[in-house]
Design a protein around this ligand. Structure first.
Ligand SMILES: Nc1ncnc2c1ncn2[C@@H]1O[C@H](COP(=O)(O)OP(=O)(O)OP(=O)(O)O)[C@@H](O)[C@H]1O
Ligand SMILES: [Mg+2]
Length: 313
């Protein structure tokens, strides 16, 4: 230990002895209530010390509990961090509004509504929302289970086998089926919102309930102009009309067609089958007239399997 460290250690020991003297019941200095308050003050001072250390080292501490390990997304409406729980040590994901938009009540409210929907949903193919926090600066922040890369990221890096694409679409439909049964329309079905599970291989989860609405709601009801992906959106969604589960199925069809044309090279027999099957599936789901779309997400699962079966023959 250097001389400086030795003297710092002695100062810490002296300070601790003084504090101990103040809060120890037998010394008779003050009432029990005084000692209780003094103990809380000491704990608070140590807590603030933690934040001070955090700000000095550039480590961000959220709500005194979650350390930011990395920013994984920084968008118009949200900022997403990979965080580690300070005491439990496990990794989670924190989604909040960007600092610059902290006073935008519409965005703040949307994140709170997203939390209300998320915490009420539990399904193997839906990203789990653990809780909603308020950060020191008043921003709401969702704590989510930590997932791996999105399907969009994986497709962009060209690492997804055609079999895995089918698995991803099947899990998307299973997640949607649960969401629809709970009375919601997702409103933003896209490869960016389909995340791979971290702990289980070949498992996919639908996340981002930022545009999710009760069945029969419309973007206008949510007081936001349509902000999803116009390329995948159903005609009723683009027109700001009421949404039903069939609106999500239209988007699933658009997503399948987009993947078939842009992400599945027709080199091997399996890829050729996948590309054809996905386009056949798209043709069945992408119908202007809602009455001509399959009845529900579960029916789509059977249709997807049929498309593969008939293209393989
Ligand atoms: N639970 C999670 N685990 C891992 N990554 C996540 C998680 N949630 C979000 N992400 C990453 O952050 C990205 C953005 O998150 P999300 O889709 O929820 O926000 P958004 O509402 O689309 O943001 P914006 O509107 O600003 O584009 C996702 O595409 C994904 O890459
Ligand atoms: Mg998203």
């Amino acid at each position: 230990m250097s001389d400086a460290e030795d003297s710092a250690a002695r100062r810490i020991a002296d300070c601790f002895a003084s504090l101990w003297h103040l809060v120890r019941p037998i010394d008779g200095s003050g009432t029990d209530e005084f000692r209780r308050m003094a103990r809380i003050q000491i704990i608070n001072a140590l807590e603030r010390g933690g934040e001070f250390v955090g700000s000095q080292t550039g480590v961000q501490l959220f709500a005194g509990t979650f350390y930011s390990e990395a920013v994984i997304w920084s968008g118009q409406m949200s900022e997403v961090h990979l965080v580690r729980h300070r005491d439990l040590g496990n990794l989670q994901v924190l989604k909040t509004v960007p600092k610059a938009r902290a006073r935008d009540q519409m965005i703040v409210e949307r994140l709170i509504v997203e939390a209300k929907i998320g915490v009420a949903l539990r399904h193997a193919h839906l990203v789990e929302t653990t809780m909603l926090l308020r950060l020191e600066d008043g921003r709401p922040a969702l704590i989510l289970e930590s997932c791996g890369k999105s399907l969009a990221d994986q497709l962009a890096h060209g690492v997804v086998e055609s079999g895995e694409i089918v698995t991803a679409l099947m899990h998307l439909l299973e997640g949607l089926s649960a969401l629809h049964r709970a009375g919601y329309v997702h409103g933003d079905v896209a490869a960016e919102n389909l995340l791979s599970a971290l702990d289980l291989a070949e498992q996919w989860k639908l996340g981002d309930f930022g545009l999710t609405l009760p069945v029969g709601g419309s973007c206008a009801v949510k007081d936001v102009a349509y902000q999803g992906r116009p390329h995948y959106a159903s005609p009723e969604q683009k027109a700001g009309l009421q949404l039903t589960p069939l609106s999500d199925l239209y988007s699933v069809g658009m997503l399948a067609g987009h993947i078939a044309r842009s992400c599945v090279p027709a080199c091997t027999r399996d890829q050729l089958i996948a590309s054809r099957a996905l386009q056949a599936f798209e043709a069945i789901l992408v119908q202007e007239d809602q009455g001509k779309r399959p009845a529900d997400a579960h029916t789509c699962l059977a249709i997807l399997k049929d498309c593969f079966r008939s293209c393989a023959n």
